[in-house]
Design a binder for this molecule. Sequence first.
Ligand SMILES: Nc1ncnc2c1ncn2[C@@H]1O[C@H](COP(=O)(O)OP(=O)(O)OP(=O)(O)O)[C@@H](O)[C@H]1O
Length: 252
Amino acid sequence: MSAKENKHNLDTSDCQTAIELNDLVHVYGNPTNKGAQLRFDNWKVQSGQQVFLYGDSGSGKSTLLNLLSGILAPQQGSIKLFGNELSDLSNSQRDRFRAENIGVVFQQFNLIPYLSVAKNIELAVYLAKSSKQDLQASIKQFVSALNLPSNILNKPVSSLSIGQQQRVAIMRAFINSPKLLLIDESTSALDNTAKQAFMSVLMEICQANKTTMIFVSHDLELKRYFSLHTPLSSFCQLSHQSENYLDKEEAN
Ligand SMILES: Nc1ncnc2c1ncn2[C@@H]1O[C@H](COP(=O)(O)OP(=O)(O)OP(=O)(O)O)[C@@H](O)[C@H]1O
């Protein structure tokens, strides 16, 4: 399974910079009642790098991953993924770009509980409109690499343990050979042995496919799997203000 198997609407192939943020601002709330305001300075991640991103609870890690995956739209600034400016894409182009290029594993896994494991994976392939010839072979490879029982594919997700659901979420995230993988606190429900096994497999698959990965965690013990460790506070400032930050910026 190589990243080259993906068919892209937008060209992502030759860009050495996977992520580039410039003067990004995201504000929660409505125009009169502003809540948390997150301001991200310029930040770059090179293609093929795996980054351990850490920070205090509530500092903005999930917000950043939601901005990178296009689930949230920033009020100001620029997010470029493999040279493509996200704000230049229409909603449908952004959905397509995400399905084809980004794999996400968020805290709740977001699997469809009443569908089987196989159907959850096939749905991700369908949404990416991927013409994967060897889907069944790829699924089998992942089941084996992730140490899942071979009879798991026809079981509904709701009948699996949390650890198994987590590995199915990883399989779903990898099935379209994403160029970028965003992982948010996905080891928190695992015991120590399962966590170490999960991390080893994850790093192996990422390194074999040269997948760019942003791995968000509170668990500093997991740092040792990564050569790049970035505190979110090195490029993100959080403030809680009731005044209209954006208007103030525009007035200056
Ligand atoms: N939907 C929302 N509406 C309003 N404020 C929000 C919303 N989501 C997050 N926030 C606020 O934005 C800030 C950053 O939250 P975020 O969830 O990104 O932090 P985090 O670092 O991922 O936290 P944790 O490690 O606890 O998951 C916090 O102050 C939070 O209260």
